[in-house]
Design a binder for this molecule. Structure first.
Ligand SMILES: Nc1ncnc2c1ncn2[C@@H]1O[C@H](COP(=O)(O)OP(=O)(O)O)[C@@H](O)[C@H]1O
Ligand SMILES: [Mg+2]
Length: 240
């Protein structure tokens, strides 16, 4: 079960991207469990709205959602991957300022950690990156809520990328720009892909999901290559 965790600073876009990626995964045919580790429960509130809102004209994809305290994360994920639940993907959202135990659990459980960040806030992400590195999980900053028009004094995408590269921090090639459609969609219990499918916010989410899925495919290929190499080595040893 491919698992993505979102960690980072307050209002960086963790919950927005968690909801959007979970819905994108469902649209791609992957039954998905969205796990809310945030005691604030913003995902659960959104899920409730999703059920209550009469936005019947909009085709909805329904990721499974649950809220859990950190110590329940492992059993929740184990239950999600059982055949009776059948999740093939999990997306874990964390609270802003989550404690070290939560960040550890979320990064260790994940195949890929995403750290959404506004370009102007890059200096704040150090602790998240350190944690993810300790967990040895591939970690990428996702530049989010990037101003569409450059404003004097603001960090540009190339500047942000140069700073990240200088610190040896990987980043997603997909940039999420400031798109009010995310806010509008969320207010009606939806995501931009559902509410505004033809708009740039939806395209950016689609591209982010395709990229993050690609990261996992590459990882799987590498693991298979490694397996093949080690079995060849084993064969050679046995033959030798
Ligand atoms: N790319 C974006 N463009 C416009 N608004 C965004 C974008 N990403 C997030 N937001 C808005 O910013 C606010 C904070 O985002 P949220 O996902 O709740 O952050 P976090 O979960 O990291 O605290 C929300 O109102 C959300 O709709
Ligand atoms: Mg949040």
């Amino acid at each position: 079960m491919f698992t993505i965790s979102l960690i980072g600073e307050a209002s960086a876009g963790k919950t927005t991207l968690a909801m959007a990626l979970a819905v994108a995964a469902e649209r791609a045919g992957l039954p998905t469990m969205l796990v809310d580790l945030d005691p604030g429960g913003s995902i659960m509130a959104w899920t409730g709205m999703r059920k209550a809102e009469a936005v019947n004209a909009v085709p909805r994809h329904a990721p499974m959602c649950c809220s859990a305290p950190t110590h329940q994360l492992r059993p929740v994920l184990e239950a999600a991957r059982t055949p009776s639940v059948g999740a093939r993907m999990a997306v874990i959202d964390t609270a802003s300022g989550a404690d070290a135990d939560t960040l550890d659990a979320a990064t260790q459980a994940a195949h890929v950690v995403l750290v959404p960040c506004r370009p102007a806030d890059l200096t704040a992400i150090g602790p998240c990156i350190d944690l993810a590195r300790r967990a040895d999980t591939p970690t990428f900053v996702v530049l989010n809520d990037v101003p569409i028009q450059h404003r004097a004094g603001f960090t540009t995408v190339p500047q942000a990328r140069t700073a990240l590269a200088a610190f040896g921090i990987d980043f997603s090639p997909i940039v999420m720009y400031h798109r009010p459609n995310h806010v509008q969609a969320r207010a009606s219990g939806l995501t931009a892909q559902e509410r505004f499918p033809m708009r740039p916010a939806a395209r950016e989410i689609g591209a982010l999901f395709a990229w993050v899925e690609g990261v996992q495919l590459i990882k799987t290929d590498r693991a298979q290559d490694d397996d093949a190499q080690s079995s060849t080595r084993g064969e050679a040893r046995r033959k030798g």
